[in-house]
Design a binder for this molecule. Structure first.
Ligand SMILES: Cc1ncc(COP(=O)(O)O)c(C=O)c1O
Length: 493
């Protein structure tokens, strides 16, 4: 494998020399960078895992893992028999150069609706009194909030922050927080994170409205949303004057033809762990979406709402890493720490940056300084990584408890989606009752459930009950009790 006359493994040598604990991730990041920068050009054949491992002096497992990870993310392609080579999806040049403005004027076609379906995803849970077990998705376990580590960070910040730091902040956010987040996101999510392009904001919600206002001001009047998808997206964009166009998904991601025919020039997607279906987008669909965005001179909002939680393997890196000039990446601490903090971030393409920052400035003059400084301290101390590991352990256990309880009490139920995040999709066979009766009986038994039908337009009509079950906020015993109550109410096992 040669590129620009230099053996590719030379590019990877610093990563191969990283401390053992970080070596695998360092190797993946070095490979991503080499592909993005074009030093490994599209079509370049990679050496066999055995040969590269020998050249770098690392274990073959690390190289295999790196190839698999980057193939899943769309940087590499592989074929049994013909090996692994550099794919054409990445367009990562990130030089700070200004590019042509992205979105053109004009009406869009396609079927539009004012907003998504009506039920909330993350709002306060209504009718709490009779609810014994609440399986509605959207909330992490708030009792896992790291009060003591947060308070340590808070004290450290109050002790060291100079007076001038309490003035109006840079509307993009505190420099120290943008630095800390850029490092963390590069390492954990495989994004291209320049602190200069990072805007601290009040969650994915504000990232969406900031982008919505900017796109609306540029003349767009609609944005595509996944069907099924988060109802929150429709509501947020409606508040900026953008209509929502439903775009159908299949088991790989957004279907390319309806997307191409929709007439929209912007979409919001959840490729790492699609909400709510739970699929992870395939590498082909990731690449196809970026091809589409380039072809229509449009933008993709990547909502990475729970991308950190994956229980069977390392999380697939974010789409933004493949084309930081077309993808606006948004994330927050809402699933990892607490939604009430209202702290999030967005990575913005150069062409949109000025407009997004100006919107942020006129909206609220920036996020609260102390909260930002505390989060920066918390990330820099390694406490954020520790929190994610702790949640990951708890949530995996709860997911396992849910799957076991469904198998025991509602046999025949199929659970779909990758082992990730804070919820699963369960398809309960029709023999437990038609959906309306099933939900009514569960509610009478004190179990709050949310049907998949509330998240999209599809109504399969096969009599099965499709549910979006949130489990992260419930202990394993509460999960088991909830499923047992439902089974008893609907005449299951
Ligand atoms: C898919 C999805 N995206 C975004 C949000 C909003 O997140 P944030 O609290 O970061 O604003 C939610 C809220 O539950 C959600 O479910």
């Amino acid at each position: 494998m040669r590129s620009h006359g230099q053996p590719a493994w030379e590019l990877l040598l610093p990563a191969a020399g990283a401390p053992a604990r970080r070596r695998g991730l360092a190797l993946q990041e070095a490979l991503r960078k080499a592909v993005r920068s074009g030093r490994l050009a599209a079509g370049t054949r990679l050496p066999s895992t055995r040969a590269l491992a020998a050249d770098l002096g690392v274990s073959r497992g690390l190289v295999t893992e790196a190839y698999e990870q980057l193939t899943a993310e769309g940087y590499l392609r592989s074929d049994r028999g013909s090996g692994t080579w550099v794919g054409g999806a990445a367009r990562g040049r990130h030089t700070g150069s200004t590019r042509a403005r992205g979105v053109v004027q004009g009406p869009v076609g396609g079927e539009t609706t004012a907003s998504g379906p009506v039920s909330g995803v993350s709002g306060p849970l209504p009718g709490g009194s009779g609810v014994r077990v609440d399986f509605r998705p959207g909330t992490p376990d708030l009792s896992l909030f790291p009060r003591s580590a947060w308070s340590t960070a808070q004290r450290a910040v109050l002790a060291r922050l100079p007076h001038p730091a309490l003035g109006y902040p840079d509307p993009r956010g505190l420099a120290e927080l943008r630095e800390a987040l850029a490092g963390m996101l590069t390492r954990r999510r495989g994004v291209v994170a320049d602190p200069e392009r990072l805007v601290v904001c009040s969650g994915v919600a504000q990232a969406s409205t900031l982008l919505g206002f900017v796109l609306r001001a540029r003349g767009l009047d609609a944005i595509g949303v996944e069907d099924p998808g988060s109802p929150e997206h429709g509501r947020l964009f409606a508040s900026t004057g953008l209509a929502t166009v439903w775009l159908p998904l299949d088991e790989q991601g957004l279907r390319p033809e309806p997307l191409a025919g929709s007439g929209v020039r912007a979409v919001v997607v959840t490729p790492s762990h699609q909400f709510p279906s739970g699929i992870s987008w395939s590498a082909e669909r990731r690449a196809a979406l970026l091809d589409w965005a380039r072809a229509v001179d449009g933008y993709v909002l990547e909502d990475d709402y729970d991308g950190d939680f994956r229980y069977d393997r390392a999380p697939v890196g974010a789409l933004q890493g493949l084309d930081p000039e077309r993808v606006v990446y948004a994330g927050s601490v809402s699933k990892s720490l607490a939604p009430g903090l209202r702290l999030g971030w967005m990575l913005v393409p150069e062409a949109l940056l000025g407009e997004v920052v100006e919107r942020k400035r006129t909206m609220d003059l920036g996020n609260p300084v102390l909260d930002q400084a505390v989060l920066a301290e918390f990330v820099a101390r390694g406490a954020y990584d520790r929190q994610l590991r702790r949640c990951q352990r708890a949530y995996r256990e709860r997911r396992d408890a849910l799957l076991a309880a469904l198998a025991e009490h509602l046999p025949g139920t199929r659970v779909s989606g990758i082992a990730a995040g804070l919820h699963v999709i369960a398809r309960v066979p029709g023999r437990y009752g038609p959906p309306e009766r099933f939900l009514a009986r569960a509610a009478e038994a004190g179990v709050a459930l949310r049907p998949l039908a509330e998240y999209g337009t599809e109504r399969p009509g096969d009599g099965d009950v499709r549910l979006v079950i949130g489990y992260a906020h419930l202990t394993p015993s509460a999960v088991a009790e909830g499923v047992r109550l439902v089974a008893k109410a609907v005449g299951g096992g």
